[in-house]
Design a binder for this molecule. Structure first.
Ligand code: PLP
Length: 416
């Protein structure tokens, strides 16, 4: 049988939709883009939607009583409906457009946090969180006097659920965790965490930045209270993100930012906030990025999240095999069955930045450093890792090339 026929999707056909993937860099070396956890690339369909909107249907939204504004508003609200369906949210009003995961989490920490968290309360995070899901809570702790607790991980990068149980108490107000770690690739047991948190009376915020484009997000199945993610990690333009929240929570929360659009009425000394979702969308929102996100979701739906997840598993397995063959490579993170398409590693005797630089010379884009997870790296006892992260347009040949390039890089360093 043709090898391709056994794959869950055909990456070559899909690659043709991504102009940037045909780029050659340096001295005519083909680009091998393995930095998808930082940001994905955009297909023509998304780029064309952006161009069409600016060329024919762009005006400010919800403002003008004119044709063009209605057109733009319709596209913007269609995108919101697209997001609602994509995450199986009960209502469109619960989908708030922000500028990214970072802003979505800050919105909850500021708005819900300041109104509900007091000195003596506790927020439970995990050791593997991105700084975006650590710093806003540290700032909340500084404002309110609440205490932060952290679920520890095993040496393989899995959450220790028994320890989580010990952290939960009537003082716990919120548990905030990533659905997928941006370094370890660990797929966390969100539903189980939510079940345990809810039985202790705590809410749960899920940072879905690394899972939204790769596996289904079903806010009702998760039974979470808030879910945050970014457009640019899922084929959409940068500058748009999403916060989904349970309606009763969002209704009770004060606005985050003040300004135009988020009000029903303003007097010189007071204001009345608008209804959802406008209450949390002060000022001109990221109109075209949000419309682009709608197009990106259409594209992802057409490829199919189940196919994407299954194909990334094939790529990740191959990556583990080729990295093991290089020798002296330590992959951080759990067993393959428990991880997404993110492979972070160290190479014996070579700093991660040097690894990334040597790979770059061969056209391979990976990220190196702490990936905004300093506490996780401290826990792992390392200062930096190199990270290869995959999407459906990557190929097995690219992964093989990564292995060969790493073997070359090791060789270069041995000679020095
Ligand atoms: N959370 C996780 C797990 C991430 O990987 C990232 C980005 O890498 C973020 C949050 C922050 O996303 P953004 O920079 O789009 O706000």
């Amino acid at each position: 049988m043709n090898a391709l026929a056994t794959l869950p999707l055909d990456p070559q056909t899909l690659r043709a939709d991504f102009p940037i993937l045909a780029t050659t860099i340096h001295d005519n070396v083909p680009l091998v883009y393995l930095d998808n956890a930082a940001t994905t690339q955009r297909p023509r369909q998304v780029i064309q939607t952006i161009v069409d909107t600016y060329e024919r249907r762009y005006a400010n939204v919800h403002r003008g009583i004119h044709w063009l504004s209605d057109q733009s508003t319709d596209l913007f609200e269609e995108a919101r409906e697209g997001v609602r369906a994509f995450i199986n949210a009960p209502a469109r009003e619960e989908v708030i457009f922000t500028h990214g995961t970072t802003e979505s989490i800050n919105l909850v920490a500021r708005s819900w946090g300041d109104a509900n968290v007091r000195a003596g309360d506790e927020i439970v995070l995990t050791v593997m969180e991105h700084h975006s899901n650590l710093v806003p809570w540290q700032q909340l702790a500084a404002r309110t006097g609440c205490t932060l607790r952290h679920i520890p991980i095993t040496d393989d990068g899995e959450l220790i659920l028994d320890e989580f149980d010990k952290l939960l108490s009537p003082r716990t107000r919120l548990v905030a965790l990533a659905s997928v770690s941006n370094v370890l690739g660990t797929i966390n047991p969100v539903e189980e965490i939510v079940r345990r948190a809810h039985s202790a009376g705590a809410l749960v915020l899920v940072d879905a930045a690394q899972s939204a484009a790769h596996m289904p997000t079903d806010v009702q199945r998760w039974n979470a209270d808030f879910v945050a993610f970014s457009g640019h990690k899922m084929l959409a333009p940068s500058g748009v993100g999403v916060l989904w929240g349970r309606r009763e929570l969002l209704d009770a929360m004060p606005p985050f930012l003040g300004g135009g659009s988020m009000i029903r009425r303003v007097k010189v000394d007071s204001f009345e906030p608008a209804d959802l979702p406008a209450k949390f969308e002060a000022g001109t929102p990221p109109i075209v990025p949000a419309i682009g996100l709608g197009a990106a979701i259409d594209y992802i739906n057409a490829v199919g999240l189940a196919n994407i997840h299954a194909y990334e598993d094939v790529l990740t397995r191959r990556a583990h095999t080729v990295l093991a063959e290089v020798g002296g490579v330590r992959i951080v993170g759990p067993a393959l069955e428990k991880k997404a398409g993110i492979v972070s590693f160290t190479v014996e005797g070579v700093h991660a930045h040097d690894v990334a630089q040597l790979l770059d010379r061969q056209g391979i884009a990976v990220r190196a450093g702490h990936h905004c997870t300093m506490p996780l790296h401290k826990r792992l006892g390392i200062t930096a890792t190199a990270r290869a992260s995959f999407y459906f347009y990557n190929t097995l040949d690219e992964i093989n090339l990564l292995g060969r390039a790493l073997a070359d890089a090791k060789h270069v360093f041995r000679r020095r």
